[in-house]
Design a protein around this ligand. Sequence first.
Ligand code: SAH
Length: 248
Amino acid sequence: MRRFFIDNLQASAGSSVTIGGDESRHMLTVLRMGTGDRLILINGSGTELTAEITSVEDGEVKLTVIGEMPCAAEPIHKVTLFQCLPKAGKMELIIQKCVELGIHAIQPVYSKRCVVKPERSDNKTVRYNRVSHEAAKQCGRAAAPEVFPVMTLSSCDFSAFDLVLVAYEGEEELTLKTVLSEFKEISATGETGIAIVIGPEGGFEQEEVDFVMRNGKNAHSVSLGKRILRTETAGMAMLAMLMYDLEG
Ligand code: SAH
């Protein structure tokens, strides 16, 4: 069934929904849908609604919601990416790819060795959330992960996470694989909240890594392997490894 992302949709099984604008135009003229066709409505809150078109009037599509179910594309474990600000243009790529890979939320972070300075973040935050929304829509997720306004690393709070992983290029011993094998007992019992923290092009200072380790209750600095990855590669690679391990 075709999936449609409808913002601010308040509906549940049995209710009627009217869709106009670009979405209805797309349904009618591009997809040639009509009365009796079924589709999935996604309302951005993690739920999918199955609906049937009951009529088409003046370019608007009227539907009845038949059923509700949680979206299968949403991961069980909620991973938040704390991404230190990369050079211009890279954050959009990071957001897009991490949304595809199953991130739960993204916190842009200003740290000591960031090459770029945070500008007034309002416009950027709006743009970043638009990128997240588009990516969520494209890959079939039920909700667009939120991208928060930029924060300095020292004001980030990691204490509520079940696991905090700082990717540290200076970590020589502990690997992600080892930490995850020890986390298995907890993750097997159900939903967890995990933070992954990625440094900027200039990397982390040891004291920044120490700060995160002190602040998080199950925090580890981990190596992602023998090669130094670019900041935009590190988050995606780490998230893919986490999803493979935790979600199968
Ligand atoms: N300029 C630094 C590298 C920074 S790479 C240097 O030359 O040492 C950017 C960020 O990606 C790092 O801060 C870290 O968070 C992550 N990263 C890249 N490669 C990594 C690796 N092999 N292990 C752990 N983290 C890594």
